[in-house]
Design a protein around this ligand. Sequence first.
Ligand SMILES: *Cc1c(COP(=O)(O)O)cnc(C)c1O
Length: 408
Amino acid sequence: MCPDSFATAINFEYINCAVGVFERNLEVNEMNEHKMEPIPLVDLATQSQAIKSEVLQRMEAVIDAGRYILGEEVGKFESLFAAYCRTSHCVGLANGTDALHLALRALGIGEGDEVITAGNSFAATALAIRYCGAQPVLVDVNEDDFNLDVELVEAAINERTKAIIPVHLYGQPARMDEILGLAKRHDLRVIEDAAQAHGAQIGDRRCGSFGDIGCFSFYPGKNLGAFGDGGAATTQCSELDEHLRLLRNYGQRVKNRHDLLGFNCRLDTLQACVLLTKMSFIEGWTQQRRQVAEWYKEDLQETELQLPQEREGVRHVYHLYVVRHPRRNEIIASLAEQNIHCGIHYPNPLSTAQPFQNCVTLPMGLPRVTKLASEIFSLPMYPEMTREQVARVSSAIRQSLATEVGVR
Ligand SMILES: *Cc1c(COP(=O)(O)O)cnc(C)c1O
């Protein structure tokens, strides 16, 4: 029920009451309405206001110059983003799914090959593997960091395995040391799915700089988001950089010469205007996300909720603040009653989706991914969140935990 109709219904009952009571009642309603102000899962519009005029200025320059495809803003952004990821190359692409698809193609992965990835990722990771005719092999994850269990990755390697795609899920880097070691021993390629991990680090190295290729998404809700779709691939290898540039532009080395099966998946110049502008803000926003996570921890660490655990030596960038509780559906519902909106990332293991019905898993299946899918939920998380908003979410959760224990 929306707060307005609630207020109307209450007021109607009091319509014949003494004026004093009626007025007091209005005040109470106003107070409740303030308390019921929505706290969304993410708040994109607020962030956009901060950069709007600079973005419009850049876009106007593009419109006036008439350089709409691969305009100079794309190249400028690529240089900045490569520097940000501490890689030597970055190729701007149409979206994160294309980044994964082209990365697999650039590394020569195709029909008959197996690619190992995490069973709890977003569908795009496994879809991209399917696009090039390869077989996704879905592996279970750790319960502490929700990322690939390296022992199980090793158990899944066979003579058909060509690559591993670790996913830095929710913004926490996967165990890259171990994964790179495995890849070296078994001669496998490594593609990082860093769609949720812009600026995340292990030591002083950033996600996207560990594997052969790093894949990023600039979908609006990501830590670095365009005003539409966008993506990029990062690499330290100039041959791969060149190959990715061919693949994104019809396989065209020079105009009208098509040297390989290419695609059309360039980063749009107008989106590059947004991303270029946001590059001066990304570090600050990331620090604010980490501050919000710190506040949640202060408020909730004594509860029975499992909170995100930042691994030692790692910089988590909190794309999502994912917590865990066996009665997650009840908690989500009780927060919704207070106009606080949570998400679930993701409610179903990849192995249950139609395109992955015949995917390979290890004989034990995905018991942890399956259990997590029924217990995890994402609390509101965006850089502009205030201390008061975090406190309101936390106290609503505490309330819910306290009452629901009694109900069961
Ligand atoms: C968002 C996302 C993608 C896909 O990116 P798009 O830009 O939406 O195509 C891939 N993998 C993960 C983990 C993601 O979160």
